[in-house]
Design a protein around this ligand. Structure first.
Ligand SMILES: Cc1cc2nc3c(=O)[nH]c(=O)nc-3n(C[C@H](O)[C@H](O)[C@H](O)COP(=O)(O)OP(=O)(O)OC[C@H]3O[C@@H](n4cnc5c(N)ncnc54)[C@H](O)[C@@H]3O)c2cc1C
Length: 299
């Protein structure tokens, strides 16, 4: 591929890769280039060889993104299944590379009698995505536990940064521009691993009761507005079950939109807009999406 100058790449490079296979909504057109690095050095080498103006998209498990049917006219870097080192370190620390799954990390911590990240067990994403989104559940949030991270920029330069370099908020974090997460060190509490495993199972059971687990979705579509719940507002407008094409507001949880089988990204985007407009027209409250809309013809 002539636009890439890097020699000796060891990762997996695909062209025109359908992103529907890499998102939990199962929608999204092709990425012009799709790269799965072999390791961090390979990733740094790959990035250093990219044209300076190449659009870049980082993808973990794709559980919080809506990628348009037109796809992504740039390069997608996928960390899931690649950057997945996970280890316990002295001082009750757990080190994880960005592609490590949150669920794996939660169980790993419990097996090492470390507590404080049980909530991650129910989040179907990677640690890179959890850092980018400040993912949280049941009162816990990712950045509460972060000690330090390594980031990488588009030239392949790696930096160590402390938690103080970032300003986490509800489902977002502000930090140095143009840097992506390579890994994280989490400071946990020593505790009872068996009890942590019990908590994990209870949290997963509660989730299964209240959420349409197993159907393609991206979890909560909208952020909760201050002092209220997006699901309550959507349900109060009778929108549960409302459909556009193959996209449907879940009957089980009104803040979930599910792909019933043949939804397009445009169906989902149309339904998001419809729900937001209906809620705003009738309650005066404008909902904001938690899910990230990426490129495409609907953004
Ligand atoms: C059934 C279901 C339940 C869910 N429940 C919850 C929940 O309880 N709480 C919650 O917070 N979320 C929840 N989510 C949403 C989602 O799982 C989280 O936001 C998760 O953290 C996203 O991780 P990911 O790896 O899939 O990220 P992706 O969806 O791949 O990416 C999300 C964003 O992070 C960016 N990103 C990814 N990797 C990196 C990186 N290494 N460096 C910098 N940026 C990066 C992407 O570019 C994108 O902007 C749920 C989703 C589903 C499908």
């Amino acid at each position: 591929m002539e636009q890439f100058r890097a020699d000796g790449l060891r990762g997996e490079l695909r062209q025109h890769e359908p992103l529907s296979g890499h998102t939990s909504w199962r929608v999204g057109g092709p990425a012009r280039v799709f790269y799965r690095p072999a390791d961090r050095d390979d990733l740094a080498n790959f990035l250093a060889g990219l044209p300076a103006d190449e659009p870049l998209l980082w993808l973990g498990l794709g559980s919080n993104v809506l990628i348009g049917d037109a796809g992504f006219a740039g390069t997608v870097i996928q960390t899931q299944g690649c950057l997945s080192a996970l280890e316990r370190r002295d001082g009750n620390l757990v080190y994880a590379e960005a592609g490590t799954s949150c669920a794996k990390l939660a169980r790993f911590a419990a097996r090492h009698d470390l507590t404080g990240v049980e909530f991650l067990a129910g989040i179907p994403g990677t640690m890179g995505g959890a850092l980018a989104m400040n993912a949280g559940a049941w009162g816990g949030e990712t950045w509460e536990r972060v000690l330090r991270v390594h980031t990488i920029d588009r030239h392949g330069r790696i930096r160590e940064r402390g938690a103080e370099d970032f300003a986490p908020a509800y489902r977002e974090v502000k930090g140095p521009a143009g840097e992506w997460f390579l890994d994280v060190e989490l400071a946990l509490e020593p505790g009872d691993g068996a009890a942590a495993m019990v908590s994990i199972r209870e949290l997963l059971d509660r989730r299964a009761l209240s959420q349409p687990i197993g159907l393609p979705s991206c979890g909560s579509v909208f952020r909760n507005p201050p002092d209220d719940f997006a699901a309550r507002l959507i349900e109060s407008q009778g929108l549960k079950g409302y459909r556009i094409g193959g996209a449907q507001v879940s009957e089980k949880h009104a803040n979930f939109i599910i792909n019933t089988g043949n939804a397009t990204a445009a169906d989902i985007a149309g339904l998001i807009d419809h729900v937001r407009d209906q809620v705003e027209d009738r309650t005066g409250i404008r909902l904001h999406t938690e899910v990230k809309r990426i490129a495409g013809d609907f953004s």
